[in-house]
Design a protein around this ligand. Structure first.
Ligand code: UD1
Length: 342
């Protein structure tokens, strides 16, 4: 058995896929999750897929005392992968304080615990949203970050800045921030996937919910963008590819292969697809017709966003392998399973 890794938000969408990849690579895992936007069922699903039940601590990391307690209990943790956060863009605009409180307090409490318990390795779940409105495409990590449109996005940018300061001041703390583009897809088993609370904000869960009959139609937010078909272009990446990158990043820190105390990497495929392309591919892969209507633009959406992938390829030796069809097929399988139709 390799080292023990703490995964905050490990019952959630990206967290649960990462726990599976960590277990498959021989790591022991401890999930810390307050289950505010996820379910304990993820633990059983992880066990079903891997044969291993991760340790589990139901804790809200915004509570400092409780956060310290879990580290006291798991003193042998060698690295923390921090996913736990609120992530709904619209909600963050309505309740910015709740977002800053939850997302930043939890980060600060974790970093304090890392310092106290001398845990030297930290992986942060960041987002391409830190690039704001990109001036150059594809986006390289050299691109300056900009103030994101939403408080949610800003918690990611501020968190990276906090990390930068803390890593600089600490004698022994190394961190990697992973900037995700648009994660979609689900585990091939169909046992875990994205399960948004209420009305989905993101494109893929909305599409699958329309196709399965829970929502009437997809609203396409604008077809007058300066792109090939007028709809915005995004870099969709399979969540399992993304999860694997976290294992590589953790190994990089554990093996002290990092070249700076704080590194950041884009995680995308480098390929951009428009909303219409995603819809067409969905219809083709699933052989279902999707009901949709073009409406006005959504505030804060940028026309195009796709990653330069060279740095992750060179330094992490990681490259996304799964294409759009595979992403869509797995999202669809998951949605059907969740609704008891699979
Ligand atoms: C969004 C967030 C981003 C966050 C990411 C997490 C915004 C502005 N950005 O990215 O900060 O890190 O989710 O996954 O919310 N679309 C529709 N109809 C829909 C939903 C989406 O047409 O019902 C379109 C959007 O206009 C966009 C594309 O689909 O062009 C992808 O949208 P989405 O999945 O929400 O991701 P982002 O907006 O790229």
């Amino acid at each position: 058995m390799k080292s023990k890794i703490m995964v905050t938000g490990g019952c959630g969408y990206i967290g649960s896929h990462t726990v599976i990849e960590l277990i498959k690579s021989g790591f022991e895992t401890v999930i810390v999750d307050d289950l505010s936007n996820s379910s304990e069922k993820s633990l059983d699903r992880i066990q079903e897929i891997t044969g291993v039940l991760p340790h589990f601590e139901k804790v809200d990391l915004a509570n400092q005392e409780k956060t310290m307690k879990i580290f006291k209990k798991h003193t042998d943790v060698k690295a923390v992968i921090h996913f736990a956060a609120h992530k709904a863009v619209g909600e963050s605009v309505e309740q910015p304080l709740m977002y800053y409180q939850n997302n930043l307090f939890s980060l600060i409490n974790l970093l304090s615990a890392l310092e106290k318990y001398r845990i030297p390795n930290f992986i942060f779940s960041s987002s391409a949203t830190v690039y704001g409105i990109p001036t150059n495409l594809p986006i390289t990590e050299d691109e300056a970050t900009q103030r994101p449109f939403s408080p949610y996005g800003n918690t990611k940018k501020v968190a990276e800045e906090i990390l930068d300061d803390v890593v600089k001041s600490a004698a022994n703390l190394n961190a990697i921030s992973l900037r995700y583009f648009n994660p979609i897809g689900a585990h091939e088993s169909g046992l875990i996937g994205e399960l948004p609370n209420g009305i989905p904000n993101n494109l893929m869960p909305y599409i699958t919910q329309v196709a399965v009959g829970i929502r009437e139609k997809l609203m396409v937010f604008g077809n007058d963008y300066p792109t090939k078909d007028g709809t915005p272009i995004r870099d969709y990446i399979h969540v399992v590819d993304l999860a694997k990158a976290h294992v590589i990043a953790v190994e990089r820190l554990l093996n002290q292969q990092n070249e700076a105390a704080f590194e950041y990497f884009n995680l995308g495929t480098g390929k951009g697809y428009s909303v219409f392309e995603v819809i067409r591919t969905f219809e083709e892969v699933t052989k279902t017709k999707l009901n949709y209507e073009v409406t006005s633009r959504r505030a804060g959406d940028v026309p195009q966003l796709y990653a330069a992938t060279n740095l992750a390829e060179k330094k992490l030796k990681w490259k996304a392998k799964k294409g759009l069809k595979e992403m869509i097929a797995s999202s669809w399988k998951w949605e059907q399973n969740v609704r008891g139709e699979g």
